[in-house]
Design a protein around this ligand. Structure first.
Ligand SMILES: C[S@@+](CC[C@H](N)C(=O)[O-])C[C@H]1O[C@@H](n2cnc3c(N)ncnc32)[C@H](O)[C@@H]1O
Length: 165
């Protein structure tokens, strides 16, 4: 969990705590955006070291959670030939899933700067893109720690007329 602790104590993330009360009391941008003038994803896209630390800290969590899913839900992926992990970071989750279910072809989908740094893995294809434009086709989609992000972004983008309203 070292990466997770290093991320949380990084200057960029620590600074956002100073804006927490303003964030809670108003309906404005996120504490991160209010502090840095851009959202987290745009910020890390131009900060490779922080991006790597963020992706590795998510991978720490995946290494703990995904085995629980695999062991706790036997048969969950039965019958699937392909699976796309939307917002899959550096591909750790998909690597663990295809290792446990060796009949599956995995697609790890995330922003281009994230997948460009993802380690290669047999039966996992890394695809870069924006999930609000399109998502690669597969028999099923897997989303982990991302539903809240979708709700948050969709609300923000709908409120600003994203995608033609
Ligand atoms: C909170 S992390 C979760 C990572 C991974 N699912 C996990 O649980 O370990 C959210 C992920 O969504 C990705 N992401 C953010 N906006 C995205 C977008 N518009 N399209 C695709 N991926 C996006 C981020 O780069 C990040 O890897």
């Amino acid at each position: 969990m070292a990466s997770f602790l290093l991320l949380q104590s990084s200057p960029a993330l620590l600074a956002t705590w100073h804006g927490l009360s303003a964030r809670v009391l108003t309906n404005g941008p996120s504490a991160f955006e209010a502090t840095h003038g851009k959202d987290l994803w745009s910020y890390v896209a131009t900060n490779p070291a922080l991006s790597k630390l963020f992706n590795e800290s998510m991978a720490c969590d995946a290494r703990r959670v995904v085995p629980e899913i695999i062991n706790g839900c036997p048969g969950l992926l039965d019958g699937l030939d392909s699976l796309v992990d939307v917002g899959g970071g550096n591909g750790t989750t998909m690597r663990l899933l295809v290792k446990a279910c060796d009949w599956i072809r995995g697609i790890n989908f995330d922003l281009p700067h994230v997948v460009s740094d993802a380690p290669a893995c047999v039966r996992v294809e890394h695809v870069g893109g924006d999930m609000f434009d399109s998502v690669p086709n597969a028999d099923a989609a897997f989303l982990m720690v991302i539903i809240s992000l979708c709700i948050y972004l969709f609300r923000g983008r709908l409120a600003t007329g994203y995608g033609g309203g």
